[in-house]
Design a protein around this ligand. Structure first.
Ligand code: ZN
Ligand code: ZN
Ligand code: ZN
Length: 170
């Protein structure tokens, strides 16, 4: 879609401006990392992104990917999200509507949702505590529909639910 191409052009512009302000050079490796990040509509850990980049250019190291993700976050292109498994994930931020996450603690499925009621309630609660809300990250942990079914089928298993966020490679 033509508009998609244009969107990427804007994001590339934002990134190169940020890079210049930070006094850095825009290298081919950084451009490749940005490109792959923009093409992937997923919640990616630094490690996930590293493997996607590695497939296209095996000379790019973990540190370069990690530092570039930090640059993308500082530039407002990426947003860091946490799903409770101790890892940081990154998703698109620029031109993306705010949303929150529901995470299945059994299979790691991540559902994005938006509730205007919850959003405005957070403002109300913050104000009640004399807090000025700047940003928030709301996550709901539980079992997805499929895992609930599995759960009732094997109710006697006694297995403990774990947070296993789905990787793009699973
Ligand atoms: Zn929210
Ligand atoms: Zn599940
Ligand atoms: Zn998300």
């Amino acid at each position: 879609m033509a508009s998609k191409e244009k969107e990427f052009q804007n994001e590339k512009q934002v990134f190169s401006e940020h890079i210049q302000k930070a006094g850095l050079r825009n290298t081919a490796q950084r451009e490749l990392i940005l490109d792959i990040f923009l093409r992937t509509e997923e919640h990616l850990s630094s490690e996930d992104l590293y493997w996607l980049v590695h497939k296209e250019d095996s000379s790019v190291g973990h540190t370069t990917v990690y530092r570039t993700l930090k640059l993308l976050t500082d530039a407002g292109l990426a947003r860091e999200v946490r799903f409770g498994d101790g890892k940081s994930y990154y998703e698109h931020h620029y031109n993306h509507e705010h949303h929150d996450h529901m995470i299945c603690t059994e299979c790691g499925k991540v559902v994005e949702f938006f509730s205007p009621e919850i959003e405005s309630l957070q403002e109300t609660v913050a104000a009640e505590y004399g807090f000025r809300l700047t940003h928030h990250s709301m996550r709901i942990l539980g079992l997805c529909g499929i895992c609930q079914k599995k759960d009732s089928e094997s109710a006697a298993s006694g297995a403990q639910p774990r947070v296993r966020v789905k990787s793009v490679f699973s």
